[in-house]
Design a protein around this ligand. Structure first.
Ligand code: DC
Length: 282
């Protein structure tokens, strides 16, 4: 663990304005941010299962918009048209329907695109798509709505800094780019040994994505001053989950969240994302 100060204020309940301008309770939002392939989704799935929480990986939104753009022939440099696509398309993120290694289902206009959004074409363009302020603005209200009054583990780049700045728990996962490339390469080989790119290519791609994600003007990837930093190099996923669970318990105790150890367990609901309904204000 690189830092465990958790500089978040312990006394004031993080109740802030939600997507609808009303006040909402965000104490039970667990924000997990960090660079690509830092292991965020894997630990978030385990944590969400342990807590009976909804898992929402916000990267799926940017990936689904990128896939829609590739299919529709929309250029990754055209922010306005990409934002239009984000508004028009119906994206759903639901608990996994199959035991094929997926952490959740992602549907685009009803079609299962869980694996399609991981393919090389999407991988190569998604950081450029996500860098457009128009796209980020189009996808912001739906992410905020999901955070309102919910026990949810939210994964992304800017959850703790921009999407839900008053989240009760904010964690930023770190890992060296070499370690992340090793993990991503192993994953790709396991999925399809014939199609997997070589290690150097994966490393180069990750470096490029880090540069775009951290260098963009609109809510760049960075750890907020009040996030707990957890270094995942040389740490198995279950240790990282245990470390985050400790942070959650401590924060919930400080914030007065009822029963910090065992919140009521409910089936994680499907998260339906129809950005079009939230266009106001763009
Ligand atoms: O976490 P991921 O690899 O699935 O994310 C895909 C892309 O989406 C990545 O380039 C960064 C971007 N992203 C973002 O900008 N903000 C988020 N909250 C989540 C993802």
């Amino acid at each position: 663990m690189a830092g465990d100060g958790n500089g978040q204020r312990g006394s004031s309940a993080p109740v802030g304005d939600g997507a609808d301008g009303e006040e909402h309770d965000h104490r039970r939002v667990i924000a997990i941010d960090g660079p690509a392939a830092a292991g965020k989704s894997t630990v978030a799935r385990a944590l969400a299962d342990e807590l009976g929480a909804t898992l929402f990986d916000t990267g799926t939104l940017y990936r689904a918009v990128t896939l829609a753009a590739l299919r529709a022939g929309v250029d990754a440099g055209d922010g306005d048209s990409l934002a239009d696509l984000a508004d028009e398309r119906h994206i759903e993120v639901a608990p996994p329907s199959s035991a094929d290694g997926r952490l959740y289902d992602v549907r685009l206009d009803g079609e299962d695109v869980t694996w399609a959004i991981r393919e090389p074409g999407v991988e190569a363009s998604v950081s450029r798509v996500a860098a457009h302020p128009e796209v980020r603005t189009a996808l912001l209200p739906v992410q905020r709505r999901i955070a309102d009054d919910r026990l949810v583990v939210m994964v992304g780049r800017d959850i703790g800094t921009t999407v839900v700045p008053d989240a009760g728990v904010k964690v930023f996962l770190l890992a060296s780019v070499e370690e992340r490339a090793r993990r991503r390469h192993r994953e790709l080989v396991e999925r399809d040994p014939d199609q997997a790119p070589d290690f150097e290519r994966v490393l180069g791609d990750l470096r490029e994505r880090d540069g775009i994600d951290a260098g963009r003007a609109s809510s760049p990837l960075r750890a907020g001053a009040d996030a707990t930093l957890i270094d995942t190099d040389d740490r198995p996923a279950d240790e990282v989950v245990a470390a985050i669970t400790e942070v959650v318990k401590r924060r919930w105790a400080a914030l007065g969240v009822a029963d910090p150890v065992l919140p009521s367990v409910s089936a994680p609901p499907t998260v339906e994302v129809s950005p079009g309904g939230d266009r106001a204000g763009r």
